[in-house]
Design a protein around this ligand. Structure first.
Ligand code: NAP
Length: 302
């Protein structure tokens, strides 16, 4: 995995202005165009609803009247629209103007859609990178914005300085479907953590305590500490050796303290029950002496 980002690229790399088109000026596209302008790149914008080009134009962007003209004006064509059918429409409209260009598609979609769009770009003679933007628009241009890219490695190497102006780039591999998959995997991890927060907050509130104080003083430091065990769990998933290292599954499911106390407090257990069910199934299957990581075998057969 290669990484690049603000603060890691050289001053010389930062200083070279490149020609970039941004197709789609919704909240994310506008943030991308603004960050590129701030970094000194030559930016051409196009949006289906022309009125949205006014802001970037005032900040120094050239406005293209057509998708084709935007593609002709740039070497890198960033596409940031609602969905992949819209991306496909724009590639068709740009047509031969994309020849020799690189398409950087930051629109959210599935791995299959990413692969299909790479094929359509290749048929037009364009390089293709799929990119999952792990950020909200306000984070664009900061190192906290993570840009997961997959597709042409040569294109990534050629455009890493521009990606560095948008956030911290991370190259995952030649398969264009890798970035959309990683994007969704990160969101899955995020929702798991946020679901845990919601259950914890309900439990604390049911006891009349301050959720704010609990979160700041106890939950956030606890979750930071627990995040430290994830690489060890990941190594177990990679190797398939789930031998318990301290807290085996049989012990963890021996009684449902979280469920019992939650119910007694009038707190719903809908978020925790599915995980507990899987842990119990794994024990019933004869793996009580293993660590929690073994539950992954119930979600995906190796
Ligand atoms: N906002 C975020 O926090 C965020 C974070 C990560 C990734 N993303 C992804 O970035 C993409 C854009 O998000 P956004 O927040 O910028 O959305 P948005 O504010 O709703 O803007 C949508 C954009 O798509 C354009 N569009 C929709 N259908 C189109 C079509 N058929 N042809 C041409 N243009 C079309 C819209 O043009 P009009 O102005 O003409 O309607 C507008 O420019 C999405 O795939 C989203 O999942 C967003």
């Amino acid at each position: 995995m290669q990484e690049t980002g603000r603060g890691t690229e050289t001053a010389a790399e930062r200083a070279v202005p490149r020609s970039v088109a941004v197709l789609g000026l919704g909240n994310m596209g506008t943030a991308l165009a603004d960050a590129l302008l701030t970094a000194g790149h030559r930016v051409t914008v196009w949006n289906r609803t022309a009125a949205r080009t006014a802001g970037p134009a005032e900040r120094g962007a050239a406005v293209a009247a057509t998708v084709e003209a935007a593609a002709e004006a740039a070497d890198l064509v960033i596409v940031c629209v609602r969905d992949y059918p819209a991306v496909g429409e724009l590639l068709d409209r740009a047509g031969p103007a994309l020849e020799g260009r690189t398409v950087l598609n930051v629109t959210n979609g599935s791995p299959a859609e990413g692969r299909s769009m790479a094929g359509r770009a290749a048929a037009l003679g364009a390089g293709y990178l799929d990119c999952g933007v792990m950020a909200v628009p306000a984070m664009i241009g900061s190192p906290e914005a993570l840009l997961l890219c997959s597709g042409s490695e040569a294109a990534y190497a050629s455009w890493r300085d521009v990606l560095g102006a948008l956030g911290r780039g991370s190259y995952l591999g030649e398969d264009p479907g890798l970035a959309p998959l990683a994007d969704l995997a990160l969101l899955t991890g995020m929702y798991g953590m946020l679901g845990g927060f919601l259950h914890a907050a309900a439990l604390v509130r049911s006891a009349g305590a301050s959720v704010g104080e609990f979160t700041t003083d106890q939950l956030v430091p606890w979750l930071r500490a627990i995040a430290g065990i994830l690489p060890g769990m990941a190594a177990q998933v990679d190797s398939g050796d789930y031998t318990a290292t301290g807290s085996d599954l049989a012990m963890q499911v021996s009684h449902d303290a979280i469920g019992d106390v939650s119910r007694a407090q009038g707190v719903g257990t809908e978020l925790f029950d599915p995980l507990l069910g899987l842990m119990r199934r794994r024990v019933a299957d004869g793996h009580g002496n293993e660590d929690l990581a073994g539950v992954v075998e119930l979600l995906h057969r190796r």
